[in-house]
Design a protein around this ligand. Sequence first.
Ligand SMILES: *Cc1c(COP(=O)(O)O)cnc(C)c1O
Length: 395
Amino acid sequence: MKKGYLSSWAKNVAPSPTLAVDAKAKALKAAGEDVCGFGAGEPDFDTPSFIKEACAQALADGKTKYAPAAGIPDLRNALAQKYLEKGVLKELNPAQVVISPGGKYSCYLAILATCGQGDEVIIPAPYWVSYPEMVKLAGAIPRIVFAGDEQGFKVTPEQIEEVLSPSSRMIILNSPSNPTGCLYTRKEMEAIVELACRHDLLIMSDEIYEYLLYDQAEHFSPASFSPEAAERVITVSGFSKTFSMTGWRLGTLVANPKITKAVADLQSQTTSNATTFAQFGALAAMKNWDQSMEAVQGMLVHFDRRRLKLLEGLKATPGITCQRSEGAFYLFPNISSCGLSSEEFSARLLEEEKVAVVSGHAFGAEGYVRLSYATSDEIIEKGLARIQNFCGKLN
Ligand SMILES: *Cc1c(COP(=O)(O)O)cnc(C)c1O
């Protein structure tokens, strides 16, 4: 094979480092090691049973065939209703909603439908690992803007202005954020939307953690700010994180009808619809909203307690500082005073103490590591003791 086997796309794409850490921790565990895993990017609870039962019923009822590419009508309707209530949609139009096999694919299609060769996409760092790779797969160019813990991991409009060019096409926002857990205030978000309107830019707003909030924090959808914002913002979310449904693969996308038409067409030619009977489970989550929110509140009680336990423990560790987070289920401590790179820190912590964390490097943030507290109190306590031991050895 003189021409080799792989395309230029395949040669340049990096595998998801968060999935890789999780796989390594699981392999060590399978080999009998006592691993404390903080790598997981998914809730550790089961899907609420009424959602599972609705899916089982759909299977029993023979909902086992292809569905429309953009999703089953009832689910698109229920989502359109919810987004109308939030002000993201200005009218009840299910054509502005597309269901995809996972929020990750919704993000990819949002980018693919709007960004092409030579377009520049502004990505605030620390970023979710997949954004730059998706932008590159679309032939577009990632423009990274960094915001460290001293600015609460949030980029300012001034920083965005600095990287603008005639090729600027889109800004990606992710609030609450993976990996930092930070949340933009309404005012901060409005300033970025205003900039996008002024410079004719699109915004992809990844709101997958919209319901996982602490300290009475409030989440804002930029599409709800004004009719012009609603035109420019592609709102992505999904069922994975809110309802502990990662394995179901169900993502959502809301945008103006020109964009959703293109997204649905791209989907029809690449994966067809999201799994039909899975969508009936999601429909139960939407139709029984109060029950769904009760289930989410039940999970949040545990996440919140673990968040504070992990935060206090990290802050008490010599060489580590850590910002309080307001959403998602991650903390993103600064380990730069430990004298190791993020990669060395995470590799040695796994090797020497059997604690799995993800290097900040993966998120475009050298000097930090990501810990997920979607794990048990027992693991958090044991893991913290090991991290403190590890840092004690370094100092
Ligand atoms: C988990 C996650 C997603 C999407 O997850 P799916 O399981 O594909 O729905 C999207 N964005 C961020 C930032 C995430 O952490």
